[in-house]
Design a protein around this ligand. Structure first.
Ligand code: HEM
Length: 381
């Protein structure tokens, strides 16, 4: 593909497609391009549909807070150290989910019984959602991205119910904090954010806290579930790879990074709007251009990665772009990495009792592992 090829969008408009590692990294980090800019401008539109997530009330609330301010207030709760403290609970949850799997019949589906619920439970634990409400969270999260599985009305209803739930949870937490009750070991993100202030001493409003809870589930669930699925598929479908990791468990971190790099199902890519003429992919992109940054393609660029088409669990360094780059790079990347490492550890520990119930090639062809995470991963033990 030529650098900066034209890319037709679902709306019929055209965008500039970037596929080279260096072009994608630079575009995502360049302040002359930003995520904002579609509304009211001449920029190409992604779809004809106004209901996309970046124009939702949740996104508008967060935009009003100011991206930099919001990100600075949140980022102190997403450090590697804080996230590492959640790891034992992640491993316990993964173990419990695998223990419960036989109750669901034989063979069991690793997606619905591990990859899908685990990241929801982790986000719930982080936000301080009571145990009893976690299945509702799972249900809402299942509905959000499912254009094919649910009707537009069902998706809208799920968004409304979820927003109402989050607003009530924030109000409960605020009451607990005011009454001094949150002190009993309640270290959840919402309780902490209620009392947090920015550099000017301003706290986040109730609406902003509600929108934050929504944004974290939307940004952090499907992505992590998809990558856990792909990782488990890569692990269970190749005996030599599995043996390599069993022989040297210290490779787990590198293996996770490589699965993140290697996955070709990064979707459409990240959208950016050009606000000032800028050279991109060898030509000038005039102001108003819509750019699609394909991280999946960039992660397979031979100029950036030796043997880029090969999954090498020992690859190091591995500066992949699965979490994006620049000011919007993934806020939850330490959480996602730790979750994947915890699951990999648990899977390796339990491997003697776990194997794919379909062969790897079949899985790839039937479920499209090459283009998107498999919808199901049948396993037996
Ligand atoms: C393997 C799993 C994940 C992947 C591959 C992933 C990927 C990404 C990417 C590529 C972006 C950049 C979006 C852009 O440039 O427009 C992003 C942003 C973001 N991610 Fe993740 N993500 C993952 C998990 C998570 C988790 C677990 C959370 C939190 C619970 C999270 C929270 C966020 C947030 C809040 C943003 C927006 C950051 C900003 O705009 O400043 N992500 N993620």
């Amino acid at each position: 593909m030529p650098r900066g090829a034209r890319d037709p969008l679902p709306s019929g408009d055209e965008a500039r497609l970037l596929t080279r590692y260096e072009d994608v990294r630079r575009a995502l980090s360049d302040p002359r391009l930003s995520r904002e800019g579609a509304t009211g401008s001449d920029a190409a539109r992604i779809t004809d549909d106004d209901s996309d997530i970046f124009n939702s009330p949740m996104a508008c609330t967060l935009n009003a807070v100011g991206h930099e301010r919001w990100r600075r207030m949140l980022s102190r709760w997403f450090t590697a150290k804080r996230v590492q403290a959640l790891r034992p609970a992640m491993e316990r949850t993964a173990d419990r989910l695998l223990d419960e799997m036989p109750d669901h019949g034989h063979p069991a589906d690793l997606v619905s019984h591990l990859a899908f619920p685990l990241p929801v439970f982790v986000i719930c634990a982080m936000l301080g959602v009571p145990e009893a409400d976690r299945d509702s969270f799972k249900g809402w999260s299942d509905t959000f991205p499912s254009m094919a599985k649910y009707s537009r009305d069902e998706v809208t209803t799920a968004h409304r119910e979820f927003e109402e739930y989050m607003a009530a949870l924030v109000a409960d937490k605020r009451a607990a904090v005011s009454a001094g009750k949150a002190a009993e070991g309640e270290e959840d993100l919402l309780s902490l954010l209620i009392t947090a202030t920015d550099a000017e001493g301003r706290p986040l409003s109730g609406e902003a806290l509600t929108a934050t809870g929504q944004a974290l589930l939307l940004a952090g669930h499907e992505t992590t579930a998809g990558f856990i699925t792909v990782m488990a598929a890569h692990l269970l479908s190749d005996r030599r790879r599995r043996q390599r990791l069993l022989d040297d468990r210290s490779l787990a971190r590198q293996a996770v990074e490589e699965m993140l790099r290697f996955d070709p199902s990064g979707g459409f890519g990240m959208i950016r709007y050009v606000h000032e003429d800028v050279e991109l992919g060898g030509t000038v992109a005039p102001r108003g251009t819509t750019v699609v940054c394909s991280m999946s393609a960039a992660n397979r660029d031979e100029d950036a990665f030796d043997r880029a088409a090969e999954l090498d669990v020992t690859r190091s360094p591995n500066p992949h772009l699965a979490f994006g780059a620049g000011p919007h790079s993934c806020l939850g990347q330490a959480l996602a990495r730790t979750e994947m490492q915890a699951v990999l550890d648990v899977l390796l520990r339990r491997l003697p009792t776990l194997e794919l119930a379909v062969n790897g090639a079949e899985l790839r062809q039937v479920d499209g592992l090459l283009t998107s995470p498999p919808a199901a991963l049948p396993v037996r033990w």
